[in-house]
Design a protein around this ligand. Sequence first.
Ligand SMILES: NC(=O)C1=CN([C@@H]2O[C@H](COP(=O)(O)OP(=O)(O)OC[C@H]3O[C@@H](n4cnc5c(N)ncnc54)[C@H](OP(=O)(O)O)[C@@H]3O)[C@@H](O)[C@H]2O)C=CC1
Ligand SMILES: CCCCCCCCCCCCCCCC(=O)[C@@H](N)CO
Length: 329
Amino acid sequence: MFTYFHSESQHNITEPSVMCSLLIVLEPLWLFSVTGGSSGIGKCIAIECYKQGAFITLVARDESKLVQAKKEVEKSAINDKQVVLCISVDVSKDYSQVESVIKQAQEKLGPVDMLVNCAGMSVSGKFEEVDVERFRGLMEVNYLGSVYPTRAVITTMKERRMGRVVFVSSQAGQLGLFGYTAYSASKFALRGLAEALQMEVKPYNIYVTVSYPPDTDTPCLTEENKTKPLETKLISETSGVCQPEQVAKVIVKDAVQGNFNSSVGPDGYMLSALTCGMSPVTSITEGLQQIVTMGLFRTIALFYLGSFDSIVRRCMIQREQSKAADKRE
Ligand SMILES: NC(=O)C1=CN([C@@H]2O[C@H](COP(=O)(O)OP(=O)(O)OC[C@H]3O[C@@H](n4cnc5c(N)ncnc54)[C@H](OP(=O)(O)O)[C@@H]3O)[C@@H](O)[C@H]2O)C=CC1
Ligand SMILES: CCCCCCCCCCCCCCCC(=O)[C@@H](N)CO
């Protein structure tokens, strides 16, 4: 069922599908919408915005997770006028469905001031071991699942000459890593989309933010760790594991400030400066920092790359040795 929840009442929407997204409104000025808002980073973003007085729409597929998340978000209300809406929809499948639920949400709460595209999933595994259908699936959820909600809100934002759009990429959207052929590509795609979109909408006072979190302690990471190749685990450990509350705080702060780039932790900072390329610059300080640090960070990066290559080589040798030992037995 495609269901739209509003406070206590539930209104069934006609389309047959499952999908959930989060829409948030910050009072008096801000209304937020967060896809992937029923769990992990998206839920923490919703809570963070709610604490600041926002109105929120949560978008995801699973209705029971949405209802549970709504209850959690409501605990951080700062006034009794705040509202959390839930929309159950698959953001990656049918554009007209996404457009129609977002329209309904906007009719209830008013125009979305900030859209956070956080719905996503990860798949890890060696290139030849990942089912080819998973490559399509990840592009659908992580890339098209961000295009559709953005398309659905951008016209109104342009008319109102205000708005914020956030794309949650990943550090794996800044560098390609062993085990992430499918995932990295879908996260790199968001960067291209965001850069092009920012150039189009900047004259309308709309600011785009791309967030690049490291491993973050969420149900998605727990699930991913069950099948993650050892190489991917060892390489990802470089950046450590963050808490979703911390990641959410950084994302909300950067989005509200209108920063194009949003990174977490020292490795995140270095990666963002190193991979800034032709991305928009938000302040003179940011531009100067990039110019000054680029050479140094590339030098550091070469050492990291050397250590990643040696992790991959060591794992390969170990696997071959244990295979040979198995054969001898
Ligand atoms: N955790 C990590 O280590 C990192 C995560 N990220 C990115 O952050 C984002 C959030 O991840 P995280 O919080 O860990 O993940 P979770 O699995 O905890 O949450 C994912 C959310 O997205 C929703 N969702 C998934 N697919 C769809 C869909 N097709 N349509 C609508 N909603 C959907 C889920 O709800 P439901 O399943 O009910 O639809 C859920 O609310 C993802 O884009 C992920 O790639 C980036 C870097 C690190
Ligand atoms: C100057 C250069 C500094 C270089 C630092 C390099 C650090 C590389 C670590 C990459 C970690 C990738 C985490 C992906 C998380 C993710 O998206 C999944 N967990 C999703 O589930």
